[in-house]
Design a protein around this ligand. Structure first.
Ligand SMILES: Cc1cc2nc3c(=O)[nH]c(=O)nc-3n(C[C@H](O)[C@H](O)[C@H](O)COP(=O)(O)OP(=O)(O)OC[C@H]3O[C@@H](n4cnc5c(N)ncnc54)[C@H](O)[C@@H]3O)c2cc1C
Length: 256
């Protein structure tokens, strides 16, 4: 198929067909989606944006949930969303149990302002994520790591990501490979497993950990965080005490 550089836009609800499903971990799957009509990528987006999916038949009433693209806009053939099961959650479990290659999902978007905007952000993009909250940052790393320092991209990227254990590492092989890119730093902490001997940090990203990982970059960085409310709030508060202006500390809440 010939690739196109023209912007792709669709209005309203789109029918997106699942073309591939990857099991990331025991409770997380990535679904690759294309436009049902033409088999191509239905829209352009900015790394960090999300889609809202609508499900008419899985509960008594239609339900909607949002999922961030974990793929990068530079992957022009399809989009990917990475979905982590929430205990007793309706849609996340339905998708992980039922969405297969060939399934058609209704979604609208892309939407969202939780993005790296080079005209507003500082040159060092610092990201703090946990659990499924790593998805916007995986998209940003995929998008910007190959173009660091180029117009529209940050010069450096730092990701501090928290997972419960090694069994919960999402897209880990790829994140490890990205560590070798000059200007990219990826630090992973495990909250319920001590694997310090293998290079992981141990414990939640608290002030002590943040002050070690973020040392010396407060004047040059914009900080983005996505994950549990408590973690996001603590990062926003912490960087504020380090002199980071409010407009350079942003969070994305996954609560629908
Ligand atoms: C902008 C945005 C982007 C997002 N991106 C992602 C992403 O990339 N990946 C991802 O995995 N998630 C993402 N999310 C979260 C996602 O939208 C859903 O919130 C998540 O999948 C849970 O939905 P669910 O239907 O499975 O759970 P729900 O059914 O909504 O349940 C959520 C919680 O409420 C509890 N609950 C439900 N019903 C009851 C009840 N009657 N009584 C008591 N407790 C109850 C459940 O046990 C569960 O703990 C995003 C959210 C937003 C807003």
């Amino acid at each position: 198929m010939q690739e196109t550089t023209a912007p792709r836009r669709k209005k309203g609800w789109m029918n997106l067909k699942v073309t591939e499903v990857i099991e990331e971990t025991w409770d997380t799957k990535t679904f690759f989606l294309v436009d049902e009509e033409d088999g191509g990528c239905p829209f352009d987006y900015i790394a960090g944006q999300y889609l809202t999916f609508r499900f008419d038949d899985i509960a008594e009433r239609p339900v909607a949930r949002s999922y961030t693209m974990s793929s990068s806009p530079c992957q022009t053939r399809c989009v990917g969303v990475t979905i982590k099961r929430v205990e007793k959650g309706l849609v996340s479990n339905w998708l992980c149990d039922n969405a297969k290659v060939g399934s058609v999902l209704k979604a609208r978007g892309p939407i969202g302002k939780f993005v790296y905007d080079a005209s507003l952000c500082r040159p060092h993009l610092v990201m703090l994520g946990a659990g499924s909250g790593v998805t916007p940052f995986i998209s940003m790393l995929r998008e910007y790591a190959p173009k660091l320092g180029q117009p529209g991209s940050p010069q450096k990227m730092t990701l501090l990501v928290a997972y419960r254990s090694k069994a919960d590492l999402i897209c880990w092989k790829e994140l490890q490979a990205l560590r070798t890119v000059p200007g990219v730093r990826i630090v992973c902490t495990l909250t319920r497993e001590d694997a310090r001997a293998e290079g992981f940090l141990h414990g939640r990203p608290d002030e002590k950990m943040m002050s070690e990982v973020f040392a010396g970059i407060y004047d040059e960085a914009s900080f983005l965080t996505c994950g549990p409310e408590v973690m996001m709030q603590s990062m926003i508060e912490f960087v504020k005490t380090q002199g980071v202006p409010a407009e350079h500390a942003m969070m994305e809440s996954f609560g629908n």
